[in-house]
Design a binder for this molecule. Structure first.
Ligand code: PRP
Ligand code: URA
Length: 209
């Protein structure tokens, strides 16, 4: 899967085990998701451009750097909200857009209900965040949305991906690099990832039925 980068790190493997565990409560699920996303942010941004600057230390003036490009992070509501704080912890300069999508439980097709983006998407590196890439319908629709609004450089960041979702996103948007903490086995008949972690939004917000 040439569009997919699995971020392989011992701390991520430990945290994945915590969020997969059905006994993990909503609070631990959210704090662990935040920590994983912070760790992932290092790899996702490894090639960011820098601009040279100078900084005055208490002793003398020396060379330094600031980020040389605008970054917009876009969580897919609801579950993508679980990844933004981890990214903002290490990218405080980033601006945040939102796209609201949910899957119709019968058709598995994404239904959009909200979007709001900062200006200048076209000159920004856009990091689209959603922990789950299952059928790929939501991520594909979110990227299409972003492109219609002018985004040109988009990276998708998830936690658990199914092969079906990676194939769909890569075939519709081959220019989008996909980062994930894990590539799982497959989808079940209801479109849930196996082994997966269940419904990420419900586990974050305590809305499981
Ligand atoms: C989940 C998840 C993704 C989507 C993935 O959202 O956060 O957005 O499903 O599935 P797909 O790849 O098959 O489209 P959900 O529809 O459960 O909405 P929620 O985050 O509001 O719970
Ligand atoms: N959405 C989720 O939250 N989990 C899945 O396994 C599939 C879609």
């Amino acid at each position: 899967m040439k569009h997919l980068t699995i971020i392989d790190h011992p701390l991520i493997k430990r945290d994945l085990t915590i969020i997969r565990n059905y006994k993990t409560d909503n609070h631990l699920f959210r704090t662990t998701l935040r920590r994983i996303s912070s760790i992932m942010a290092f790899t996702v941004t490894h090639d960011l451009r820098l601009k040279k600057t100078h900084v005055q230390t208490p002793l003398e003036r020396t060379a330094g750097h600031v980020l040389g490009e605008d970054i917009v992070i876009v969580p897919v509501l609801r579950a993508g909200l679980g990844l933004i704080d981890g990214f903002l912890d290490v990218l405080p300069e980033a601006r945040v857009g939102h796209v609201g999508l949910y899957r119709n439980e019968k058709t598995l097709e994404p239904v959009d209900y909200y979007s709001k983006f900062p200006e200048g998407l076209g000159r920004s590196l856009v990091l689209l965040l959603d922990p789950m890439l299952a059928t790929g319908g939501s991520a594909t629709a979110a990227v299409t949305f972003l492109k219609r609004r002018g985004a040109r450089r988009i990276r998708f960041v998830g936690i658990v991906a199914a092969p079906e979702g990676v194939r769909k996103l890569a075939s519709h948007h081959p220019d989008v690099a996909i980062f994930s903490a894990a590539l799982d086995r497959k989808l079940n008949a209801r479109g849930y990832i196996l082994p997966g972690l269940g419904d990420a939004g419900d586990r974050m917000f305590g809305t499981e039925k």
